[in-house]
Design a protein around this ligand. Structure first.
Ligand SMILES: Cc1cc2nc3c(=O)[nH]c(=O)nc-3n(C[C@H](O)[C@H](O)[C@H](O)COP(=O)(O)OP(=O)(O)OC[C@H]3O[C@@H](n4cnc5c(N)ncnc54)[C@H](O)[C@@H]3O)c2cc1C
Length: 512
């Protein structure tokens, strides 16, 4: 059996390394891609626990990550109480309490913030050093799909030569070129589009990030700087990701993501970023102005999905070739790890002579469940992204669902293990979206005319499930995590609603 991997980016190399570890030696793996990225932008520095778990346990990269990248203690969200007043820097700040670690915060953070050039190069080096993975330096020009007799790829090599390659499975990881999705007409561009302008700065004064009035608890066993920071605005949000430069110095990646239906300005340069963002978050623009801009990038109306992503005809489409997400939850590469593990299971099954078109279709459908539910949740958030109070309710809900539902299910292989697949149904959107807050809480928000500091409920360790990354031998333990999560969510709703009732009873600022 031979697998042809199209692309030489992060995703193709991650998948090749994983397949090599999982599949028998007699399965040939051939990666076809150029040395040069061909002008495709490089983005995606903040990873979540799902991705970290995969890189550490499946690819064995924990020591490398600790040495070359900076830790990430989950996500920090800054919700501004008065977004129309640049003079007021009061934010309701929500972060996750990561578990105290005897080795200090450098010891074992939840995940990592990647310097992508360094990381992508490292994976290419690992692939080059692996004699079990062949590489063709070139581009795939065309393909004849034949799931039964074998696919034929036509390749233009970097030295100008042409050749063909036969393969039983083809995995397209060609990034935004979307080689197979375009050829087969599978790409869907949703109506709710996104624009993103991003850049990196060096030589900045990181202390300026603290020049705000932060409401909410701060945890003393890690440095909040080492989280992914999110500042929310009118129909837009900003990411700030601290990174380690090649020379060990500090870099900061900063991105501005907006929904064109809910944001009226056009942020596409440093000047327009400074002009618009200083009206809402001078804390961010002060930091940018203190530094030196290293590079800038722009993607406009970039959102798309491909459906299906796997076929009984023995092909798969993964990474940017299959979807371009809104990165609010930093879960792009987490979904990629799901794709890699699902395809690994499908190919292994085929190798054993048990190819099942039904199972391929089932996993393709199951893959889309959390992609759609998390993206829909983000889309629903944009009209009220500047609402500090509602946003705080959303994030407490979403993070609890992530740590008690999504992460344990993935850590326990419920997305591909046939014996555990029934648990994955919790991630499918069937009327109710697990990540989106219930209507009851949206209605409760409407009763509060002007949110004051007393209205906010903060959750740190409550939303963090300490057993979320445990792989349980007994499936009942996984059910217990889900039950524990339901209790946390019920307790949170109760606390929030009774606080609103109490403040209402005391004649606090409620709607008439
Ligand atoms: C704005 C934005 C922010 C994001 N932020 C995050 C984040 O914080 N965290 C996260 O986890 N994810 C994030 N993501 C997602 C993440 O960036 C992607 O999942 C990841 O970078 C995709 O890598 P890739 O290997 O699929 O694509 P690429 O890195 O683009 O690689 C594609 C490769 O295919 C090659 N190629 C193209 N055509 C051909 C061909 N015909 N033949 C052979 N080779 C070909 C190219 O040369 C290249 O080597 C973000 C995405 C966006 C859009």
């Amino acid at each position: 059996m031979r697998i042809a991997m199209i692309g030489n980016g992060l995703v193709s190399n991650m998948a090749a390394l994983y397949f090599r570890k999982q599949l028998p030696e007699s399965v040939e793996i051939v990666l076809i891609g150029p040395d040069d990225r061909g002008g495709l932008p490089l983005v995606g520095e903040s990873i979540i626990e799902i991705t970290a778990n995969f890189l550490e346990t499946q690819l064995g990269l924990e020591d490398y990550l600790r040495e070359h990248h900076v830790p990430k203690h989950a996500l920090t969200y800054y919700f501004k109480l008065d977004p129309d007043n640049p003079e007021d820097r009061t934010y309701s700040v929500h972060s996750t309490e990561s578990l105290p670690n005897p080795d200090g915060y450098e010891g074992s953070p939840g995940s990592w913030q990647l310097n992508r050039e360094h990381f992508d190069d490292h994976l290419r080096e690992l692939v080059a050093a692996d004699s079990g993975i062949a590489r063709i330096n070139g581009r795939v020009k065309d393909i004849q799909i034949d799931g039964e007799g074998g696919h034929t790829l036509e390749i233009k090599e970097a030295d100008g030569g042409s050749r063909t390659l036969e393969a039983n499975w083809v995995i397209d990881a060609s990034g935004r070129n979307r080689f197979l999705g375009k050829k087969l007409g599978l790409t869907i561009k949703p109506e709710g589009q996104r624009d993103c302008f991003w850049f990196r700065i060096a030589d900045f004064d990181r202390s300026l990030l603290r020049n705000l009035n932060a409401l909410g608890p701060e945890y003393d066993h890690y440095d909040r700087y080492y989280t992914t920071h999110h500042f929310m605005g009118h129909g837009n949000w900003i990411w700030m990701i601290p990174l380690k430069a090649e020379d060990g110095g500090e870099l900061m990646s900063i991105g501005f993501v907006s929904h064109p239906d809910h944001y009226e300005h056009d942020v596409r340069s440093i000047d327009s970023f400074l002009e618009q963002v200083s009206k809402v978050h001078p804390v961010v623009t002060d930091l940018v102005k203190s530094g030196r801009v290293v590079d800038t990038n722009l993607l406009r109306r970039y959102h798309y999905v491909t459906n299906p992503t796997y076929s009984p005809d023995r092909w798969g489409i993964i990474g940017d070739a299959s979807f371009a997400p809104d990165p609010l939850f930093s879960n792009g590469l987490a979904f990629v790890t799901l794709q890699i593990e699902q395809l690994g299971a499908l190919i292994a099954r085929d190798y054993e002579g048990n190819h099942s078109p039904e199972f391929v279709e089932k996993l393709a459908t199951y893959f889309m469940g959390p992609v759609l539910s998390s993206q829909t949740t983000i889309t629903n958030w944009y009209p009220t992204m500047d609402d500090a109070y509602l946003s705080s309710i959303r994030i407490n809900w979403i993070e609890t669902v992530y740590f008690y539902l999504f992460l344990p299910l993935v850590a326990n292989r419920c997305h591909f293990d046939p014996k555990r697949l029934r648990l994955w149904k919790a991630m499918q959107v069937r009327g109710e979206n697990p990540f989106d807050i219930p209507q009851e809480l949206i209605e409760a928000r409407k009763r509060v005319a002007k949110p004051m500091p007393d209205h906010f409920v903060y959750k740190g360790d409550e939303k963090l499930n300490p057993k979320a990354r445990t792989l349980w031998a007994d499936i009942d333990e996984v059910y217990e995590q889900l039950e524990a999560g339901s209790k946390v969510l019920a307790g949170y709703s109760k606390e929030l609603l009774s606080r609103i009732d109490k403040l209402e009873g005391e004649g606090e600022l409620m709607m008439p």
